[in-house]
Design a protein around this ligand. Structure first.
Ligand code: PLP
Length: 401
């Protein structure tokens, strides 16, 4: 690592591999021998079109995305998708069931943290359907009001023919993540979903995308992720959309559905090969470099193993601190995220001391989200096992003091 760089444990925008940043710096000056920098080149040039194709193909190969699904690129981040998934899937539902009233169009939300809660609020705000909270994790928490767990399977109640079934795989703020082991009680309860052939299942993968394979990807209507955690700079949103969910939103509007803003329509993105309007060229380019780097290391399977090892070691260090009465895990055992590990440092002034000690050792951005406080260590793909070990060594030193 170059001398001036520190370890960035931030939750997003977050660390990127240094070799990628060095290559990107060259591309900023002269992209692939064109003599034009990547931030200056036309998004319709053949050189940039080649980048888009490569990024799509990297994602398709590494995540094993089936041909039933399109990979689309857009902007607006996860927050824009809170709205877009609702509008596009309500339009689909309208085309399938034109005669239902708004109240009969149900949108099922699995609320396990701050981001899925926000997404459900946006669905309520947009209207056009009735939000059913299939489960809210808070009543099952230690204090009956925190997002600290993935609820047990028998607590979910899904509707029979909803327009959308929504969940967030990894809750970045609260540090809660669905397990990708189907036998775990913290897995997503796929077996409880209606047995329709084409489920309207939507997964927000913003903070776990490319960190490991996506369970039951083929059963999803939409998987989306902002790039700014595991794969690139902010500005790019990646969508994996099953083709039956790319619908004629204008035809649906004629039947009474809410009109969909043109750049939010999945059909616009698909018909325009994700360049209906100017895309986030630089972010797509850097994401392509990150994905190539990931492929060279062994792809999501490689990261799955390393990320698991990093998180296991960190949770073990927190447990050690708990035994000494100095740390306190915020999340129930078994529900903890591999990407965002959250805990409290107990005692008057102890948290500030912990943070400043970490900063003095070149480890930054470890403070929890402003809404929940505490410590949050984000262990995205670009954070190496060695950097994680250095943090753990510091935690042990802190405990010993
Ligand atoms: C899981 C998750 N979903 C959605 C969002 C919102 O994303 P954005 O800030 O790109 O709109 C975030 C942001 O951190 C997130 O972590």
């Amino acid at each position: 690592m170059s001398d001036s760089r520190v370890t960035n444990f931030g939750a997003g925008p977050s660390a990127l591999p240094e070799s990628v940043l060095q290559e990107a710096a060259k591309g900023l000056l002269n992209f692939r021998g064109t003599g034009i920098g990547i931030a200056e080149i036309s998004h319709r040039s053949k050189e940039f079109t080649a980048v888009l194709t490569e990024v799509e193909s990297q994602i398709r190969t590494q995540l094993d995305v089936p041909q039933t699904h399109s990979i689309l690129f857009t902007q607006g981040g996860g927050s824009a998708q809170f709205s877009a998934v609702v509008l596009n899937l309500l339009a689909r539902h309208r085309l399938l069931h034109p005669d239902l009233s708004d109240d009969e169009r149900v949108l099922d939300y699995v609320v396990t943290g701050s981001w899925s809660k926000k997404a459900a609020e946006e669905a309520r705000r947009l209207g056009g359907g009735r939000v059913n909270v299939a489960v809210d994790a808070r009543p099952y928490s230690k204090d009956a009001r925190s997002f600290d767990n993935i609820p047990a399977h028998d607590t979910y109640s899904f509707s029979p023919d909803s327009a959308l079934i929504y969940y967030c795989e990894n809750e970045t703020v609260d540090g809660v993540e669905f397990s990708n082991d189907a036998s775990s009680p913290a897995s997503f309860p796929f077996h409880l979903l209606p047995q329709n052939a084409l489920l309207p299942l939507v997964g927000d993968y913003s903070s776990s995308f490319m960190s490991r394979p996506i369970p039951r990807l083929a059963d999803h209507a939409v998987v989306y992720a902002g790039a700014q955690k595991n794969i690139g700079p902010a500005g790019l949103t990646i969508l994996i959309v099953r083709k039956d969910c790319i619908v004629d939103v204008d035809a649906a509007a004629k039947l009474g559905a809410t009109p969909v803003p043109i750049t939010m329509s999945y059909k616009t993105l698909a018909d325009g090969n994700s360049v209906y309007n100017t895309p986030s060229v630089l972010s797509i380019y850097i994401s392509g470099l990150v994905l190539k780097h990931s492929q060279e290391l062994g792809g999501v399977k490689y990261y799955e193993e390393v990320n698991k090892r990093k998180a296991d070691k960190l949770y073990a260090a927190i447990k050690e601190g708990e035994a000494k009465g100095l740390f306190k895990a915020k999340v129930k055992e078994g529900s903890g995220s591999l990407m965002n590990v959250v805990f409290d440092v107990l005692g008057e002034g102890a948290e500030a001391k912990f943070v400043s000690g970490a900063e003095a050792r070149g480890m930054k951005a470890i403070k929890g989200h402003r809404s929940v406080g505490g410590i949050r260590i984000s262990l995205y793909n670009a954070v190496t096992e060695e950097q994680t070990d250095t943090l753990i060594a510091y935690m042990k030193e802190f405990l010993a003091q």
